[in-house]
Design a protein around this ligand. Sequence first.
Ligand SMILES: [Zn+2]
Length: 113
Amino acid sequence: MPLTTAPAPEAGTRARKEWRVVPSVRLDGCHDVIDPEGVIYGTYASAAQARATCSTRQREEDRRARVVTRPCMCCRAPFDSEGPHNRLCPLCRRRSDEPLEPQRPYIEARGRG
Ligand SMILES: [Zn+2]
């Protein structure tokens, strides 16, 4: 029998998956971070820590939600693009960060006397 009971995501639903912080049901005075599926991700002693974890996970969740597979503008290889601004695969992006020409160190001319 399969253990997973989560329903398959419906096609076309673009509901934002939300992480939240709730008072812990297991430990008094602690805080649970709940993932979008309603599963406890972790229990934290301090609310600040729980909120920090929650917002980090939420950012990752939002980033994942935007990811689509696109062909790289440079080498045409499909890659996980984070948005319309992201058109180069990680390999080509790294390459484009490098200077086109090796930079020569600038040596200041020193006047004599
Ligand atoms: Zn590429």
